[in-house]
Ligand binder design. Structure first.
Ligand code: IFM
Length: 487
């Protein structure tokens, strides 16, 4: 494989020694092989096959065919040189109906992947749930019902029992906000529901499932595995200083950030929730003792963040609060016009890293060390006549966001790693394959992998970071744990 040379830019400042550099993917977005080796259907199989659900009419049936080409993908990781790789396990490969005995063929796939990563000197970072709930569990209530949390804890112990001897870093959920509110309130994601209480119950049961799973996996702990959760967090600034926009910002913050951060790290349900959901008053799904379960101490917090929010007060689609979906919170977006936009339409502002980390530090004294588990940009990537993708915008995005992250660390944030989203172009959920986030281009007709200019930039940046040491890195190294790969 011939890689393009690095696009010139000023070298980044040195990150702390032991800082983990990686990339991330998720099962349904890359694996394909949806009916192979006993895998059961997930809610994303059902949803993507529902006419009109996916903008492009596409599904994850084949995706990047990673299920068959995983060795080639580990070769790419080896060439990239990052110390860690974050991937997710598809629950329906392990338990095709979400309960019962392990499907050995499904577990075998992840076991081989983990071994290959370790052979390549890459730390596997495992996410247990990146949105692909077994359809059989959705059929009996999905995340609306508490039993799904118990099923999840059982699934977690099965995966941890098989891989805990080799995987040092475990994330229960990726972006529970998206599961609960995009899946059960806005209906843009599987299972496509547009509900009020159902979505709030889903958010709560995801947190309960997280607490139950971490507790159960810790009971099985054999080494010094670290346990955490990944949240998608939003840097929020009211579009102007009016009372209305400030109230909109509070609602958005309660909706996206506090609904998860407060129970996880402050032992409370968010105070702002009466403002966010004034008509949704039934909280029968919360049981005594749940906050204790949810607030189990964590070894790390994974943060996914991509763009800033500049909320303005907006109209509610449903004026009667008692009949609203939980996604209808009366907030619009008015980002500054000068901010460029990605292919997703997301505004680009690198300073989100610094601002978000400062806010977390100020408001959550019990916050564990942070890993940026996703950050990245979709670009209209095409292979040029010279056979390469010249994705200069992605390089600029990476460069800017990493400088801002470095500033956050210098300001005192305990950030231990960064994972670019994504290693490969992949199935971008309701947007189909049109949105490309990868460091590696996928030709979906041939499934050929072509590393982009950003791949070379990231590889060279990682190499340049190695061997550097500064007073800052020396201080952080003293507190870093033994298994963190010094990439
Ligand atoms: O592709 C997604 C990923 O699955 C979850 N976080 C955001 C990414 C980009 O939208």
């Amino acid at each position: 494989m011939t890689l393009p040379t690095r696009t010139a830019s000023e070298p980044l400042p040195a990150f702390p020694a032991g800082f983990v550099w990686g990339t991330a993917t998720a099962a349904y977005q890359i694996e394909g092989a949806v009916s192979e080796d006993g895998r059961g259907p997930s809610i994303w199989d059902t949803f993507s096959h529902t006419p009109g659900a996916i903008e492009t009419g596409e599904t994850g049936d084949v995706a990047c065919d990673h299920y068959h080409r995983w060795k080639e993908d580990v070769d790419l990781l080896r060439e990239l040189g990052g110390g860690a790789y974050r991937f997710s396990v598809a629950w329906p490969r392990i338990q095709p109906t979400g309960r019962g005995a392990v499907n050995a063929a499904g577990m075998g796939f992840y076991s081989r992947l983990v071994d290959e990563l370790l052979d390549a000197g890459i730390t596997p970072v495992l996410t247990l749930y990146h949105w692909d709930l077994p359809q059989a569990l959705e059929d009996v209530g999905g995340w609306r019902v508490r039993d799904t949390a118990k099923r999840f804890a059982e699934y977690a112990t099965l995966v941890h029992g098989a891989l805990g001897d080799r995987v040092p870093m475990w994330t229960t959920f990726n972006e529970p906000f998206c599961t609960a509110f995009i899946g059960y309130a806005e209906g843009r994601h599987a299972p496509g529901a547009k509900e009020g209480h159902g979505a709030l119950a889903a958010a709560h049961h995801l947190l309960v499932a997280h607490g139950l799973a971490v507790t159960a996996m810790r009971d099985q702990q054999r080494r010094d595995e670290r346990f955490g959760i990944t949240l998608n967090l939003q840097d929020i600034t009211p579009a102007d200083d009016s009372t209305e926009d400030r109230a909109a910002a509070r609602r958005l913050d309660g909706f996206i950030n506090r609904v998860f951060l407060d129970p996880l790290f402050a032992h409370r349900y968010p105070q702002a929730e009466a403002e966010v959901w004034p008509g949704l008053t039934d909280r029968a799904f919360r049981l005594d003792g749940d906050l204790g379960l949810i607030g189990v101490p964590l070894d790390f917090l994974g943060v996914n963040t991509y763009f800033p929010s500049y909320p303005v007060a907006g109209e509610h689609a449903q004026p009667d609060p008692t009949r609203r979906t939980a996604g209808d919170i009366g907030v619009g977006e008015a980002p500054p016009e000068h901010l460029p936009r990605t292919e997703m339409g997301w505004p680009v502002e690198a300073d989100i890293m610094r601002r978000l980390m400062a806010r977390l530090r100020a408001e959550y004294p019990e916050l564990p060390p942070v890993y940026i588990t996703e950050n990245g940009m979709a670009c209209p990537d095409e292979i040029a006549a010279d056979g390469v993708v010249h994705d200069q915008d992605r390089i600029a995005y990476l460069d800017g966001h990493l400088r801002s992250l470095h500033q956050a660390i210098e300001d005192g944030a305990d950030v231990r790693g960064y994972f670019y989203w994504s290693l490969l172009d992949n199935f971008e959920w309701a947007r189909g394959y049109a949105k490309r986030f990868g460091l590696v281009h996928i030709d979906y007709a041939t499934l050929a992998r072509t590393p982009k200019d950003s791949f070379a930039w990231y590889r060279d940046m990682i190499r340049a970071q190695r061997g550097r040491d500064t007073p800052l890195s020396a201080a952080k190294a003293a507190s870093s744990r033994s298994w963190t790969s010094s990439s």
